[in-house]
Design a protein around this ligand. Sequence first.
Ligand SMILES: Cc1cc2nc3c(=O)[nH]c(=O)nc-3n(C[C@H](O)[C@H](O)[C@H](O)COP(=O)(O)OP(=O)(O)OC[C@H]3O[C@@H](n4cnc5c(N)ncnc54)[C@H](O)[C@@H]3O)c2cc1C
Length: 423
Amino acid sequence: MAEAAGDSAQHGDIDVAIVGAGIIGIAAASFLQDEGRDVLLIDRGEPAQGASFGNAGAFAFSDILPLASPRIMRKAPRWLIDPLGPLSIPPAYLPEILPWLIRFWRASWPDRVRGAMVAQAALMRLASREMAALVAAAGLDGMVRSDGSLELYEREAELTAAMPGWDARAQEGIAFQHVRGAAMADLQPGLSPRFVAGTFVPGWKTVSDPYDFARALAARLVRRGGRIARHEVAAIRPVAGGVALDCRDGSSIMARQAVIACGAWSRSLARALGDDVPLETERGYNTTLPPGAFDIRRQLIFGGHGFVITPLSSGIRVGGAVELGGLARGPNFARSEAMLRKAAGFLPGLKTDGGRQWMGFRPSLPDSLPVIGASRASADIVYAFGHGHLGLTQSAATGRLVADLVAGRAPVLDIARFSPQRF
Ligand SMILES: Cc1cc2nc3c(=O)[nH]c(=O)nc-3n(C[C@H](O)[C@H](O)[C@H](O)COP(=O)(O)OP(=O)(O)OC[C@H]3O[C@@H](n4cnc5c(N)ncnc54)[C@H](O)[C@@H]3O)c2cc1C
């Protein structure tokens, strides 16, 4: 699908260059195309090989609570003791990530949690609308399952502790239903009896496979005249009449406007433009078992253990976890194995053989909100990164907002909370 690397001449006159062909860059390019813009999507590799490749595939529209919260701060010490638990920090990385952790702690103060949640809820309403429109326009309805999610609790106390979060969602108009006994077993037969209650969220959706979904959108982009090129962009600069993109291969691409959507790798490009955004990565792990490993009826969420199980066309995906370990160190697949062992206990009969392991880099800000806005250096350079656990869910909404910013219109949503300059 991608063109070979080359110099700027091969791209002619570029209207909008989008750097990063993950789900965010692909969605942004799609919305720009809808407005008649000529787009060049640039990636150092093939499209959707980053976090967008192997995620859990959820349109998690009800996931409006920021990760940083008083509840997580209470749980964190216990989680951190277990090196293979839901949250971990390799000790050698601690000094580097300390400033981010301090911001994360400040983001957990109740007034900040409330502000982040309201902003996230507004973005999720837009996400739900725009994703439905994008899926319909692209003819991808067959790739979306609308059977909701089931979050599971091992103790009544766990559900009680989760209630303030559910009350907050109710205030934002999100539908859900707490279930027990036969109602829970109907939603997912074969669960271990250790689960005493669950919460069913009907508006939650999943894609058949996140990579297939992103690839289908990228293929549509090309069918509609968009171009995809392979370059690693080293720097982006405002120049007279537009923007210059300097590539590692020595070439330079000139465009009228540019979008930076490099996921977890966006920080250095933004910093060179004067925006020191505290972007970190929450590394996540999973194992995709062959289809038929278990009859999973909908996405299952084990919040107390930090992982989910998703039924995909490509198999049964078991994964999640947060490892605050940076971009450089190699994966520790003992994490995938630890989640798989737990999953086997939660779903007796789960066939755990023949799985494929994967690690991905979630691009994460301390307040769990993305960065969507113009750079300090130029209104012609727009950022769209930092979606953490929610990039697939929020991709269409981000595309809509990026199209507004690139056109110089007031965005459909107040984006002050997503400003790159908010830190
Ligand atoms: C285990 C796990 C489960 C998840 N589950 C879900 C889920 O169920 N639902 C959900 O909504 N989200 C989920 N997420 C989060 C989601 O995957 C991310 O938020 C999303 O994929 C981010 O998309 P992106 O396009 O910003 O980044 P990426 O997909 O990482 O894409 C960034 C792209 O930029 C390119 N790039 C980087 N630097 C350069 C450069 N200098 N020059 C050129 N190209 C460059 C990379 O090659 C890459 O292709 C999950 C993440 C993980 C890890």
